[in-house]
Design a protein around this ligand. Structure first.
Ligand code: AMP
Ligand code: ZN
Length: 134
């Protein structure tokens, strides 16, 4: 499989590894939002959150929690974003599941999404659909 993150796991591509255990690898993003921006990935290939095994996700989530604390400390950040893009239309470029651990700084000016308001009944309808889908 031609997956750059699998190649990083296999040691076939270089990376700045900051943490690993039997299920998870964490390394610096090559194009950081800020220095210290870290990616946390499962060692076993899964395309995204919608397809990852529950045990691997649990390990990735716990590593992201640990790394959020470590990256905040190491960079003296004012806050942390933990985020994940899943599928191309949600901004996913590399098709190997990864969680971004991003240090943020007061006044860094980065924009997140723009909030909107619910129309009448819209919230109740989507609430029912989500409950049904679980
Ligand atoms: P996403 O848009 O969520 O799929 O993000 C993919 C991320 O992977 C981007 O932030 C890239 O900068 C990063 N990336 C791509 N190739 C590498 C690499 N070889 N080493 C480290 N990070 C990479
Ligand atoms: Zn992969």
């Amino acid at each position: 499989m031609d997956c750059i993150f699998c190649k990083i796991v296999a040691g076939e591509l270089p990376s700045h590894k900051v943490y690993e255990n039997e299920r998870v690898l964490a390394f610096l993003d090559i194009h950081p939002v800020h220095p210290g921006h870290t990616l946390v990935i499962p060692k076993v290939h899964a395309r995204n959150l919608l397809e990852i095994a529950a045990e691997d996700w649990a390990a990735v989530a716990e590593a992201a929690r640990m790394l959020a604390i470590a990256v905040e400390k190491a960079t003296d950040a004012d806050g942390m974003n933990i985020m994940m893009n899943n599928r191309a239309h949600a901004g996913q470029v590399v098709d190997h599941a990864h969680v971004h651990v991003i240090p943020r700084f007061k006044g860094d000016g980065l924009r997140q999404w723009s909030p909107r308001s619910y129309k009448e009944n819209e919230a109740a309808e989507i609430e029912a659909k989500i409950r049904e889908a679980l």
